[in-house]
Design a protein around this ligand. Structure first.
Ligand SMILES: [Fe+2]
Length: 229
């Protein structure tokens, strides 16, 4: 993806998230220069850097963000390697017409919540022993109430509703009737190792640096900032 496209997306998302009444932490809006000044003044942002908090704009390297892409912001996250925090929280901005890859997680169990906007539609399948889609019936919890669905069901979550995605459950999602502010509350999130995509693809986009970053992405900190830890 071009950095200029990522910059435009983040500017739009900042405005839209604020319009939904959801406030991100102050550092979500720091420029590269503000980050560097704050680091030079001695702040410790280990959790942010080590656990890849912050902005995450991806087209899964398919160069078609508007049809196959997602913008996320990880607000908090632990690490089995670096700290005691065993949980994570993020938001996802799901635009209409945008799809994302069918995947499951080996380790992470996650609740995905429609925090507002349009309808959030999530398609689910079980996974077979070789990573294939299973045609078995699925049992999942919607807002704490266990329900049974056929394989491939598209579950509609209205604002306020949520689904619990257990390990090994294939899922992908999209929005209808408007952009959705989706929340995620989960176990520790490691997008480098814990995604099993049905069709192999890249989780993060390669970035063409055609202009300076407006905001740093979760994979940008080491690339753009000078810090010792
Ligand atoms: Fe997921």
């Amino acid at each position: 993806m071009k950095r200029s496209k990522i910059n435009t997306i983040i500017k739009e998302c900042e405005d839209w998230v604020a319009s939904m009444g959801f406030q991100l932490p102050p550092w979500a809006h720091w420029s590269l220069e503000q980050w560097q000044t704050n680091l030079d003044n001695g702040i410790n942002a280990d959790e942010i850097f080590n656990n890849m908090l912050g902005w995450d704009v991806t087209d899964f390297n398919k160069e078609n963000y508007d049809y196959f892409g997602l913008t996320l912001f990880t607000i908090r996250n632990g690490s089995l390697q670096f700290d005691k925090k065993s949980y994570a929280e993020k938001i996802m901005i799901v635009s209409e017409g945008q799809l994302n890859p069918m995947h499951f997680h080996w380790y992470k169990m996650e609740d995905i919540i429609n925090r507002g906007g349009g309808k959030f539609i999530i398609e689910i399948y079980g996974s077979g022993p070789d990573g294939e889609l299973s045609q078995d019936t699925i049992s999942v919890k919607i807002d704490g109430i266990r329900r049974t669905y056929k394989a491939g069901s598209c579950i509609v979550l209205e604002p306020g509703e949520s689904i619990c995605i257990e390990q090994g459950l294939y899922h992908r999602f999209f929005a209808e009737g408007g952009t959705v502010l989706a929340g995620e509350v989960s176990m520790v999130n490691d997008d480098k190792t814990d995604n099993c995509f049905l069709e192999p693809l890249a989780r993060y986009a390669d970035i063409e640096e055609d202009e300076p970053p407006y905001r740093l992405l979760c994979g940008d900190y080491r690339k753009f900032l000078r810090y010792t830890n």
